[in-house]
Write a protein that binds this ligand. Structure first.
Ligand SMILES: Nc1ncnc2c1ncn2[C@@H]1O[C@H](COP(=O)(O)OP(=O)(O)OP(=O)(O)O)[C@@H](O)[C@H]1O
Length: 561
């Protein structure tokens, strides 16, 4: 089937050379609008990211209310244009193919933008149902239906097959996913969340899902590490339905296996660049903190995360490896902190039975205890950091072996020995229920830098104020209020506790999990810029479409739906 557009603006719809329908494009100016191959004819927000194959599909259709429309599938630009033909005025709405989840010959019930599949939906004879995803508000994404009635069933079927084939060829769209569900994560609702808020999107997008319910801690980790080779090589995406802990298991296993197979030494903190896994990662936030998913999507909304996985959104995320000498200890894609925050996490583990309130309880207990940790932080800046630590860092406290020339700097450019209340490193901005505006002042999701904040020992009261301000204004806001904060953008850093002063070496809070600091060794942290690809949209690139001013004069259920 082809659409032939003649010079005088008329087009004919043909199947196998037989003319099915003649289309009148009116004035040639209108024709140019709808059949343009120039991306500049569209607003930036209407331009598809998917390269087109060329050609047009054009059909005159009706809405469910019998109002005439023309639908144009511009395969040069990979956009759909729905044009209201009401005789007096013509209005158009444009959708990109990237926003199209699927087309179906049956309607699906949609409740609050989330599909509800019963499996008993009746097939329609002439109608094609377009399911577009859209940004409902600043943060949440939802699904909407656009029913279009064609003149004949064969025309409808033809459109459906062409569009479905085009969708299947989009490189970003996953066809098969391996999904881990932690039935005990968060409030224990992960299974229900997956069934009701996530699976319907994947089913509609035609994604085949291998769903594994984790039976124990480290189940997902072992599964990924021991997956048969042919399955590993065919992987398109690993999705965790749980909290940050479950995601970290999957991430660690996948990165380690990728390096093993590529012959890279992940244990060395100075090894050359690591290999990027060939598949993407996704999270449905069904844990208690859901920090990573909240940071990537700015919300832990389940449907939003499911939408981005289903349409194959893609963003690259930085990862940090943690080493003790030449041994890899952990992998982090979120936040690493030592001092007060580490102690709060360790203490809170003893009060799990209290539920989420345990964090406030442990924060109170730790504040009363008022720990201080002497140690030495060493770091190297990323090239884009303009602040010189030598100008802002106070002198080292106590006997510093580097200042005294007894030890070398070990490859780091700067060091500071002090009594700390906090040493916090953010790999990504780190949005949590306690830091809704993000913990990090500068770093992005995949900007190739770690934010390293060093807070020397402060009083109990000052610490409470500090935590309150971080919660109220975020790291960025706090830095705006207090420029004396020791925050630097770094690519590598290390921490060595001073055991002459500290009775115990303290613990790390690594992505919400505890990591013990060895008494006699430094931990080294190394950034791997954009090491993984994530099912998440680069939020900076998306503008909310302005609402149509003519919405008040609603004439069409398609164009103004
Ligand atoms: N079936 C299971 N039984 C016990 N533990 C499990 C099971 N499945 C996974 N786990 C472990 O539970 C830990 C925590 O799970 P998860 O991260 O999903 O939830 P959470 O702790 O409530 O959320 P968050 O990490 O966001 O605070 C994971 O590190 C994982 O190893």
């Amino acid at each position: 089937m082809t659409i032939e557009v003649s010079k005088d603006g008329n087009a004919a719809l043909t199947i196998d050379g037989k003319v099915q329908q003649s289309l009148d494009f009116g004035t040639s100016g209108e024709k140019d609008n709808f059949l343009s191959t120039d991306p500049n004819s569209l607003l930036p927000s209407q331009r598809s990211q998917v390269p087109g194959e060329g050609g047009f599909l054009v059909a005159d259709v009706t809405s469910p209310h019998g109002i005439g429309h023309r639908v144009v599938f511009n395969r040069h630009l990979n956009v759909f244009q729905f044009i209201l033909l009401d005789g007096s005025r013509k209005h158009t709405v444009t959708f990109r193919i990237d926003e199209l989840l699927c087309v179906q010959d049956y309607s699906v019930k949609i409740k609050s933008g989330v599909p509800i599949l019963t499996g008993k939906e009746p097939i329609s004879t002439n109608t094609l149902f377009f399911y577009f995803v859209f940004r409902k508000d600043k943060k949440k994404w939802r699904l909407k239906e656009l029913p279009v009635r064609f003149a004949t069933p064969s025309e409808r079927n033809y459109w459906q097959s062409i569009i479905t084939a085009t969708l299947q060829c989009i490189r970003q769209r996953p066809h098969k996913l391996t999904i881990f569900v932690n039935p005990f994560g968060g409030k224990g609702k992960a299974r229900h969340i997956y069934k009701t808020q996530v699976e319907p999107f994947f089913k509609m997008a035609g994604i085949r899902c291998n769903v594994i319910e984790t039976q124990r801690a480290n189940h997902a980790h072992d599964f990924v590490k021991e997956m048969p080779q042919h399955e590993w090589e065919a992987l398109e995406g690993l999705v965790s339905v749980g909290g940050d802990g479950l995601f970290n298991e999957i991430l660690s296993a996948a990165i380690q296996r990728t390096q093993n197979e590529a012959g890279k030494d992940i244990n060395s903190p100075t090894a050359p660049r690591l290999s990027t896994p060939s598949f993407r990662f996704g999270i449905i936030g069904a844990g208690s903190a859901n920090s990573i998913v909240s940071t990537v999507h700015e919300t832990d909304d389940w449907a939003t995360a499911a939408v981005h996985i289903a349409i194959g959104s893609e963003c690259n995320v930085d990862v940090c490896t943690v080493h003790e000498n030449e041994k890899l200890l952990r992998i982090s894609a979120n936040a690493i902190s030592y001092g007060w925050l580490g102690d709060v996490l360790e203490d809170s583990e003893r009060f799990r039975w209290l539920g989420p309130i345990r964090y406030q309880w442990s924060a109170l207990r730790t504040t009363i205890r008022h720990p201080r940790y002497r140690g030495r932080v060493q770091f190297s800046l990323v090239p884009k950091e303009t602040q010189d630590p030598k100008n802002s860092l106070p002198p080292c406290v106590g006997e510093c072996p580097i200042c005294e020339g007894k030890e070398t700097a070990g490859g780091y450019d700067f060091h500071w020995q002090a009594d700390f209340t906090h040493v916090i490193c953010c790999v990504i901005p780190t949005i949590t229920p306690f830091t809704p505006y993000g913990l990090a002042p500068f770093t992005g999701i995949g900007d190739g830098s770690l934010d390293l904040a060093m807070v020397p020992q402060i009083s109990r009261c000052h610490n409470m104020q500090f935590m309150r301000k971080v919660a109220m204004y975020g790291g960025k806001g706090l830095y705006g209020l207090d420029r004396s904060l020791n925050v630097f953008r770094v690519e590598r850093w290390s921490f060595q506790p001073n055991m002459n002063i500290n009775a115990t070496p303290g613990v790390w809070n690594l992505d919400g999990e505890i990591l013990h600091q060895p008494a006699d060794a430094a931990l080294h942290f190394r950034l791997h810029p954009q090491l993984i690809s994530f099912f998440g949209r680069d939020v900076a690139g998306i503008e909310l479409a302005k609402r149509s001013v003519i919405k008040r004069h609603r004439k069409s259920s398609i164009v103004y739906k």
